[in-house]
Write a new protein. Structure first.
Length: 329
């Protein structure tokens, strides 16, 4: 601006300052970027994320961060939702400001409500910002639209991912929510059909759809947990891989006793953070559990095959004495 106007940079600064303060000048794209970044950082910190500089400085994870790295977006699961937690942080981080006023300002800048942004835009923004390697994964039973929401959705923190994560979502979140809906449905069923109001009939149909969706979602979670890393390459490797101590899943448990047990182990969704987001997110994307695609479709099978080959290489290097132990131990 200084070069174009042929005036001193300090004069440009004062022109901008006066325009902002006295004339109400605004740069909405920049405000939108800053706002998206600020709320993205808030969500990541809620999941327990720390940046390298914070880790090096020994900064602890805040006590308001989620303990297991799973935050529901859906109400009724027994935990505060992401929206409720963000509102609580707004109250803490904007002292003296009204939460509703901050939300109105957010909507003015972003062009959508805070709730819609968290449900529809955050994962897209985060995936783009982290260059297709997100560490906050939006797992859901269906699609969010302006008129309909999935029966269940949650945010999962990548760095707390383990072999129990999908079972935990199913048993600690989806299960209780489904039971709640089934109890409500039985309550309506107890009312004679001719005595039910139109609202009760509508809710009865909604509950039927929600329960059916949660049932399919639970089955899909189990399927991914049991065979998320299955591949033809793995089947081929397993036929010639010796079943020795290096086939142990963690170096403590005994190695699988036979080929079937080995395949069950290697097909299971047991993520190794060192394999990276690309490999570990693919089973969820293939099953349609993510809010949006992260990995290119042409790379899905290759990512899973790469994992099988890496693990076979490490077991071989251990047998040859080139490695003291498998990396995933």
């Amino acid at each position: 601006m200084s070069g174009k106007l042929q005036i001193h940079p300090i004069s440009v600064y004062w022109l901008l300052k006066e325009g902002i303060e006295q004339e109400g000048w605004r740069c909405i794209p920049e405000e939108r970027r800053i706002t998206a970044d600020r709320f993205s950082v808030m969500v990541l910190r809620m999941l327990g994320h720390r940046w390298p500089r914070q880790i090096e400085a020994g900064e602890p994870v805040p006590d308001w961060a989620d303990a297991d790295g799973i935050i529901p977006l859906t109400t009724g699961s027994g935990e505060a939702t992401l929206l409720e937690r963000v509102r609580a942080r707004i109250a803490e981080e904007f002292p003296g400001g009204s939460v509703s006023a901050i939300e109105r300002e957010f909507e003015e800048v972003m062009g959508k409500s805070l709730e819609d942004w968290l449900h529809l835009e955050f994962f897209k923004h985060h995936t783009k910002q982290f260059k297709k390697r997100p560490i906050a994964w939006q797992v859901q039973s269906g699609k969010f639209t302006r008129k309909k929401q999935p029966a269940f959705a949650c945010m999962v923190y990548y760095h707390k991912l383990d072999e129990d994560a999908l079972y935990k979502i199913k048993n600690q979140y989806v299960g209780p929510l489904r039971q709640k809906y089934e109890t409500e449905m039985r309550g309506i069923e107890g009312i004679p059909a001719g005595s039910r109001s139109e609202t009760q009939e509508k809710r009865y149909r909604e509950l039927g759809d929600l329960i059916a969706e949660l049932k399919v979602f639970g089955e899909t979670l189990t399927e991914v947990a049991e065979s998320g890393f299955a591949s033809k390459v793995l089947d081929k490797i397993a036929k010639k891989d010796p079943l020795d101590a290096w086939c142990s899943i963690d170096g403590a448990k005994p190695a699988p006793a036979d080929l079937d047990a080995f395949l069950r182990q290697e097909r299971s969704y047991i993520p190794d953070i060192n394999d990276g987001v690309r490999v570990n997110i693919v089973p969820l994307q293939k099953a349609g559990l993510l809010a949006g695609d992260v990995i290119a479709k042409k790379d899905l099978e290759k990512a899973i095959s790469d994992r099988a080959e890496w693990r076979a290489d490490e077991r071989r290097w251990c047998r040859e004495g080139k490695l003291p132990k498998c990396g995933w131990w």
